[in-house]
Design a binder for this molecule. Structure first.
Ligand SMILES: *[C@@H]1O[C@H](CO)[C@@H](O)[C@H](O)[C@H]1NC(C)=O
Ligand SMILES: *[C@@H]1O[C@H](CO)[C@@H](O)[C@H](O)[C@H]1NC(C)=O
Ligand SMILES: *[C@@H]1O[C@H](CO)[C@@H](O)[C@H](O)[C@H]1NC(C)=O
Ligand SMILES: *[C@@H]1O[C@H](CO)[C@@H](O)[C@H](O)[C@H]1NC(C)=O
Ligand SMILES: *[C@@H]1O[C@H](CO)[C@@H](O)[C@H](O)[C@H]1NC(C)=O
Ligand SMILES: *[C@@H]1O[C@H](CO)[C@@H](O)[C@H](O)[C@H]1NC(C)=O
Ligand SMILES: *[C@@H]1O[C@H](CO)[C@@H](O)[C@H](O)[C@H]1NC(C)=O
Ligand SMILES: *[C@@H]1O[C@H](CO)[C@@H](O)[C@H](O)[C@H]1NC(C)=O
Ligand SMILES: *[C@@H]1O[C@H](CO)[C@@H](O)[C@H](O)[C@H]1NC(C)=O
Length: 438
């Protein structure tokens, strides 16, 4: 108990602004009297389940808030293992609550099977608890160990060209390199760090597959939702695929002019040549592969510097754009509690991340922003996650996560694409002297 009090105090001191203090709540198993339940009408049963889930909702939300606060702090002090231990402890309580709720919800089997009731979807969602359902303590500890080892390896520093680099610093260096040999050498050096992760990763996946099989055998309830979900994703992918193939072929063809020796027109694009650590974004290629050579590539960096932009200001632009689409403005606390740039001399996580703290409208971003076109885009992407959190904040806890990762990833991207258009950039004063005609 003392442990909790100390760490809560610590969090409060660190964030004097407007952080709320939370007590650790209980998640108690609730016994269901099935005889009584069967005498109720469906409507009454729904009411009954709703009242139970409402109470759990309050408690799990509270635990989610405490856990997220701790997680946020952990990211800011990567070298502080006591913060990680505190977070792990909260996660354990949070997960065990998820599990208790899943077990209680499963007792309403007749409602879960009844496709006429609306509470069914909520009951089904309570079952999606992943490995929180694991009963075997040995396996649970093993998975925790594997995860934290992989995290540690991921953030290990390495030396390249006599410079010490961490994963979060690689991208900026990579983006500035020109020679394919340098690109390859840095890319290889960054990926070499991760090699010891392979064994841990395959062990973790094996355990998770085992769990998935177990869950399937004991619990067929989520099968219907999964099949439907897969069908939708597959259909969307088939619709998109022709465009994706054309775009890929076009980029490859343009790049083959730059690197005739290195790119073959019927082979994949070597990943290091994309100048993106994960080969997923084309921002550094834009200036070389745009279709109209008489158009200059758009580089917002100099304009933002000329306008004396701060990192935070990009987020204000993004927020205003969302509001202009009649979407929701971020709450004031967002500006106080987010971290918009790298804190000097601190070993902290930098990968752009949007946090839903699940309570008090507390949403935040942690990002080591730089004043570049790429980060202008990424800020809008992250603000898309925040928008998603704000839109679903009044829903029951179990609906407040994306049903599918791709959906929440896409919100900010759709909006960022619009903001990167010359018309818009001109309107907000970041693009001068740019003309679409020869
Ligand atoms: C919610 O937490 C409170 C405070 O710890 C506890 O009294 C209550 O029994 C909990 N509710 C459930 C359903 O576990
Ligand atoms: C973590 O790093 C900071 C600054 O880099 C240092 O002041 C602090 O003592 C370190 N903490 C631990 C637990 O190593
Ligand atoms: C609902 O369940 C009934 C009985 O199990 C079944 O006949 C019907 O097709 C189901 N409807 C939907 C929309 O799934
Ligand atoms: C864990 O135990 C609970 C309650 O005994 C049971 O309902 C559940 O199916 C078990 N989960 C797994 C993954 O074995
Ligand atoms: C390696 O470091 C030196 C000294 O900092 C620098 O001049 C050179 O450009 C670097 N090489 C590459 C490929 O970045
Ligand atoms: C940016 O700051 C410089 C130096 O402080 C100042 O001279 C300039 O007018 C500022 N530019 C804008 C657009 O505010
Ligand atoms: C803006 O959103 C609100 C509520 O979300 C809605 O009532 C209103 O009609 C919307 N306005 C426009 C112009 O779409
Ligand atoms: C945010 O911080 C400012 C001062 O920096 C303060 O005036 C304001 O009340 C804070 N807002 C919230 C919501 O905490
Ligand atoms: C745009 O053109 C005007 C007039 O030619 C010039 O003064 C200004 O510096 C240019 N701005 C940029 C960002 O190049």
């Amino acid at each position: 108990m003392k442990f909790f009090i100390i760490s809560i105090l610590f969090i409060v001191i660190l964030n004097i602004y407007c952080q709320q203090v939370e007590d650790i709540v209980q998640c108690n198993d609730i016994d269901i009297n099935h005889e009584k339940l069967e005498q109720m009408t469906i409507k009454e049963q729904e009411q009954f389940v709703k009242s139970i889930l409402d109470e759990y909702d309050t408690n799990i939300t509270s635990l989610a808030y405490i856990t997220s606060l701790a997680e946020f702090q952990t990211h800011l002090y990567l070298n502080d293992s006591s913060k990680r231990r505190t977070t792990d402890k909260y996660y354990e309580i949070y997960r065990s609550c998820l599990k208790t709720i899943a077990i209680v919800a499963r007792r309403f089997q007749s409602l879960i099977n009844n496709n006429q009731t609306s509470i069914r979807w909520l009951l089904l969602r309570t079952q999606a608890i992943g490995d929180a359902g694991e009963n075997n303590t040995v396996i649970k500890l093993e998975m925790q160990k594997l995860r934290s080892r992989m995290k540690e390896i991921y953030h290990r520093k390495f030396i390249w060209n006599n410079t010490q680099l961490g994963i979060d610093e690689v991208q900026e260096v990579l983006g500035k390199l020109e020679s394919p040999d340098d690109l390859l050498s840095l890319w290889n050096a960054a990926y070499e760090v991760a090699i010891p992760m392979r064994d841990y990763y395959s062990t973790l996946i094996a355990i998770q597959n085992q769990q998935a099989k177990q869950n399937r055998l004991t619990d067929k309830t989520d099968l219907t939702t999964n099949i439907e979900e897969r069908r939708i994703v597959e259909q969307l992918w088939q619709e998109l695929k022709p465009l994706h193939r054309l775009l890929h072929a076009y980029v490859r063809q343009q790049m083959s002019k730059l690197y005739p020796e290195l790119i073959q027109l019927d082979q994949p694009i070597p990943i290091h040549l994309t100048k993106d650590l994960f080969g997923s974004m084309m921002t550094y290629l834009v200036k070389d592969i745009l279709p109209f050579p008489y158009l200059k590539g758009i580089d917002l960096g100099p304009a933002m510097k000329q306008e004396n932009f701060t990192e935070e200001k990009i987020f204000h632009y993004a927020d205003r754009f969302f509001v202009s689409l009649n979407l929701t403005q971020v709450p004031n606390s967002f500006w106080n509690l987010s971290i918009f740039k790298k804190i000097p001399n601190r070993h902290m996580a930098c990968h752009p991340t949007a946090f839903d703290m699940y309570k008090y409208d507390d949403v935040r971003i942690r990002m080591c922003t730089s004043l570049t076109s790429r980060d202008f885009y990424i800020v809008h992407h992250e603000m898309g996650h925040i928008q998603h959190y704000l839109q679903y904040k009044s829903l029951p806890f179990w609906f407040r996560r994306s049903p599918h990762g791709a959906f929440s990833e896409a919100i900010g991207d759709a909006i960022a694409l619009a903001t990167m258009s010359p018309t818009h950039l001109k309107r907000i004063g970041l693009l001068e002297n740019y003309t679409l005609t020869r």
